[in-house]
Design a protein. Structure first.
Length: 83
């Protein structure tokens, strides 16, 4: 899980650096800029956020990421506001 998150962080970094115009802070791709600036990195996340995700139907509102369908295809790095 952590290895996959580090790989995604590295891929986002490589894409951002390769698409960035020289002497500019952003690329012309809004999606890449959003991923680079707004998505939390693996090293900045708490253990709770790395291995669990929000689920309103579960007691305690946390569910293991491995129990979520297609957990490898979507990002779980962002939680609902104020949670």
């Amino acid at each position: 899980m952590r290895k996959r998150m580090r790989l995604v962080d590295n891929n986002i970094e490589v894409l951002f650096q390769s698409l960035k115009v020289q002497n500019a802070e952003t690329t012309n791709c809004k999606k890449i800029d959003n991923l680079y600036f707004n998505l939390p990195r693996e090293k900045d996340m708490t253990r709770k956020d790395k291995y669990t995700t929000f689920d309103k139907k579960v007691k305690g509102y946390r569910k293991s990421v491995h129990l979520v369908p297609k957990w490898t295809k979507t990002t779980f790095r962002e939680n609902p506001k104020y949670f």
